[in-house]
Design a protein around this ligand. Structure first.
Ligand SMILES: [Zn+2]
Length: 315
């Protein structure tokens, strides 16, 4: 079976393969069969991570097989299928193909590894429009962005929407509107920031809003820029993660490929000695959506690069 036929077979199990569901189990079973066909010895750890190993496997490649409810065919599955294909092309190389569990809702198994590789290689669809904009099929990931998530509360005063003159109001939603624009202005080169959720009280048509809570999601691959962004936006941080630099396993075989940052989290954040390769997303970079797409040609180039990188590291 070709890489694309395998992606179709995984998608046919179900568009939504939630972590530790019967659908994810079935995808792991399918992958385990392909691992055996590739001459790999199948095992699982306590968190359910699936390994297909050959020999003293200190170099790993893989990704995840779970998916979001609105998923396309490529996010996660591409990295697993590419790893198995690359392993089958290197019949003498000691290596492992790996399928993690519940990446989309965790990650839950890459975080719980009990053994660690000397190198971990993950091929992933870009999930954005940068490579398509550059006209490039592949991009080497330099870092996974750090994130800060939290909220801002804007207080006003509830008043009658008909009897309170405009100059006598303390409208929390108007203040929130200004804050949303402020968030956008704070995110400049090397950072992104988003208000994606909003709660308005009392949320009534004829009452001046008294209290508004807005979410903030701020990201950067540079820890200093992220701290500066948090200060400038000025919000309550609930959760923060540091940027994770990626290794140069793909840069070594693709010296001229463009470099880019991953704005999304991946299993590679939690596996030591990770390197990531992005494959161009078509359809405007849409992801977590059935229109998510990479071309057969671009995927073939990614599998070639993964094979070359594995051959270099496993020898
Ligand atoms: Zn993914």
């Amino acid at each position: 079976m070709t890489v694309l036929e395998r992606l179709e077979a995984i998608y046919a199990i179900g568009q939504h393969r939630a972590g530790y569901s019967a659908e994810e189990d079935a995808a792991h079973e399918l992958a385990a069969g392909w691992m055996r066909e590739a001459g790999l010895e199948v095992s699982r750890d306590e968190a359910g991570t699936l390994f297909g190993k050959r020999g003293d496997a200190r170099v790993w490649a893989g990704s995840h097989l779970d998916s979001v409810p609105t998923a396309g065919k490529f996010d996660g599955a591409l990295g697993v299928v590419a790893a198995i294909e690359a392993a089958s092309r290197l019949p003498d190389a000691p290596l492992a193909a790996v399928a993690f569990r519940a990446e989309e809702t965790g990650p839950m198994s890459s975080k719980r590894l009990t053994e660690f590789p000397a190198a971990y290689l993950e091929v992933h669809i870009e999930q954005g429009p940068v490579l398509a904009g550059l006209g490039e099929p592949l991009g080497v990931v330099t870092a996974i962005a750090g994130q800060a998530r939290g909220f801002k509360v804007l207080e006003g005063r509830a008043d009658h929407a008909g009897t309170t003159p405009m100059g006598a109001r303390a409208d929390a939603l108007v203040a929130a509107a200004k804050f949303v624009l402020h968030v956008r202005e704070c995110a400049r080169e090397g950072t992104v920031a988003t208000v994606g959720a909003i709660e308005c009280e009392p949320n009534a048509t004829n009452v001046v809003p008294a209290k508004v809570t807005v979410s903030v999601d701020a990201r950067s691959a540079d820890a200093a820029l992220l701290d500066k962004l948090i200060d400038e936006i000025d919000f309550e941080v609930n959760w923060r993660s540091d940027p994770v630099p990626m290794g140069d396993a793909f840069a070594a075989v693709l010296p001229d490929a463009p470099r880019l940052v991953s704005g999304a989290g991946h299993d590679a954040m939690f596996v030591p000695n990770s390197s990531m390769l992005f494959v161009r997303s078509l359809n405007g970079g849409v992801s977590h959506h059935p229109d998510e797409l990479s071309s057969e040609e671009d995927i073939a180039l990614a599998v070639d690069a993964l094979t070359a990188a594995l051959a270099r590291l496993a020898s």
